[in-house]
Design a protein around this ligand. Structure first.
Ligand SMILES: C[S@@+](CC[C@H](N)C(=O)[O-])C[C@H]1O[C@@H](n2cnc3c(N)ncnc32)[C@H](O)[C@@H]1O
Ligand code: SF4
Length: 474
């Protein structure tokens, strides 16, 4: 099937069969589907309060250990994208980047000594940002040398880095790729966002479509085996037809997979990106909920028909093994995280912490100079937080293992969430057998909305949703 209208017609038919309108009528979609809250962690960032690194390391050695994954944050970018809510610095001078790398190295050493380890074990790694590939070749070499010294990657199953197309072009791009490959990076997640040049310009991106295609060629030339790209849908001015063309381009690129992001207009906890202002001044430019729903469904349907399965919610790959192990370990194995760098977060033995998230890097540097890892917010999880986390994360992303839940919490899922699960089973949104609980095909379509139903009511980002009754969790 090649015709764009055929894909749209088929998606409409299948959506009717799925009867997603019934789900809308159940009242679980915030703003009737106009609002959206992506569930990334639990408790959400908005529930963190002031905290320093004492709470993170107090009695660290006595607290039960888990599998640990690692995150490193590089906050620099070629430009500031309209939709982005992250802390980033643009057009940064070499010396300023060097200064950041100095402090980042000190922070890694601080983590290591406070954890009492020669090297921090990591079973998977993500270097994100910002744009890690903004580093020059010598800076990349220096950063990766330090990172692989402070972290023990002997059991690491995947080393992944985020990139932006222009940073991988030309001779310098090839040099960086060769360095990354030397240090064991074998998966790159490329921020593509769109294959339409006018849309890219409106997003404030510095690359065009030709740059994207060339950067993918560069990665292949450098021998990077696992290439993923990020695409955004529901962008202002984007039509369903545009979106179908974008998906068709993605599935014909011969890459390992891609992640489809619905545009996040309200950040709920991070800094507000410019897209919020665009939305407040011209909401009519943004696609309506019906079209957003159709775009989401087209993403799933067209991917599957081209051999890209949805192995984790909104993450599509030809082979399940190629998806981000960092996200998989985090969501499905409920791994701990050691996160280093400005605005990164850690999850160590029952305590969540968030580093200083300030574009003024001096605030990050000051803490590091005082011999502290740069934590300024966090949450010591309660028993209730932990039960909800151990259910919400695997449910939203893949499926919940009843055995893992009991191992982690000492409770059964039935006892904690039986009533709510039954409510969702009646709506054909959740299914279960003796070993697992998972979202049905219809449920997967509303993964974030269903996951938030298992939040503590006080943690909810929206007040206008109907709650499917929850049993006592305590
Ligand atoms: C932190 S960015 C890193 C990628 C790299 N900096 C780049 O943009 O080329 C990871 C991805 O998050 C997605 N993203 C960022 N802001 C978003 C938003 N407001 N709504 C939806 N997705 C967003 C984008 O697809 C982006 O590629
Ligand atoms: S989307 Fe990526 S490149 Fe754009 S500002 Fe955010 S982190 Fe930087």
């Amino acid at each position: 099937m090649n015709d764009i209208n055929d894909w749209i017609g088929l998606a409409r038919e299948e959506l009717t069969e799925l009867n997603v309108d019934e789900v809308r009528q159940s009242g679980i979609l915030p703003g009737g589907g106009k609002q959206f809250f992506p569930v990334i962690g639990y408790p959400p960032l908005t529930m963190f309060s002031e905290m320093d690194d004492t709470a993170l390391f107090e009695n660290f050695a006595q607290r039960p250990a888990s599998k640990t994954i690692a995150y490193g944050h590089i906050p620099f970018c070629p430009s500031r994208c309209t939709f982005c809510h992250w802390i980033t610095k643009t057009k940064t001078r070499t010396e300023e980047v060097d200064d950041y790398l100095d402090h980042l190295e000190q922070e890694m050493a601080l983590y290591r000594s406070k954890m009492g380890m020669d090297a921090i074990p990591a079973s998977s790694v993500l270097i994100g940002g910002g744009t890690p590939t903004y580093l020059s070749p010598p800076q990349m070499e220096r950063f990766l040398a330090a990172f692989t010294r402070h972290f023990d990657l002997s059991d690491c199953t995947q080393f992944s880095i985020e990139a932006e197309p222009t940073t991988l072009l030309g001779k310098e791009g090839m040099e960086k790729l060769a360095i990354m490959k030397d240090y064991g990076v074998h998966r790159i997640s490329l921020g593509v966002q769109s294959f339409d040049d006018p849309v890219l310009a409106a997003m404030g991106r510095t690359h065009n479509n030709a740059d994207t295609l060339e950067s993918i060629q560069q990665m292949r030339r450098a021998g990077i085996e696992n290439i993923f790209i990020d695409l955004i849908y529901a962008y202002p001015g984007q039509t369903v037809e545009h979106w179908v063309k974008n998906i068709l381009t993605a599935v014909n690129l011969d890459i390992e997979g891609y992640q489809l992001y619905r545009l996040r207009i309200r950040p709920h906890g991070d800094r507000d990106g410019n897209i919020l202002k665009v939305h407040n001044s011209a909401p009519e430019k943004f696609p309506e909920p019906d079209d957003i729903q159709l775009m989401k469904y087209l993403g799933i349907m067209m991917s599957e028909r081209h051999g890209y399965g949805e192995h984790q919610t909104r993450i599509f790959a030809r082979k399940a093994e190629d998806i981000s192990h960092y996200l998989r370990d985090w969501a499905c194995d409920l791994a701990d995280v050691t996160g280093v760098g400005v605005s990164s977060w850690s999850n160590l033995r029952g305590v969540f912490s968030m580093n200083v998230g300030d574009a003024n890097l001096e605030n990050y540097y000051q803490l590091v100079r005082q011999g502290k890892v740069s934590v300024n917010r966090g949450k010591i999880r309660t028993v209730d937080d932990e039960r909800r986390r151990c259910f919400i994360l695997p449910l939203k992303n893949a499926r919940v293992s009843k055995a893992l839940f009991t191992e982690r919490t000492g409770e059964t899922i039935e006892h904690c969430f039986g009533n709510t699960i039954n409510g969702f089973k009646a709506l054909d949104l959740i299914a279960e057998d003796d070993n697992h609980v998972w979202l049905t095909t219809r449920g997967r379509f509303f993964a974030d909305e269903i996951a938030t139903q298992f939040f503590d009511p006080d943690y909810l980002p929206f007040s206008d949703v109907t709650r499917i009754a929850d049993t006592a969790t305590g």
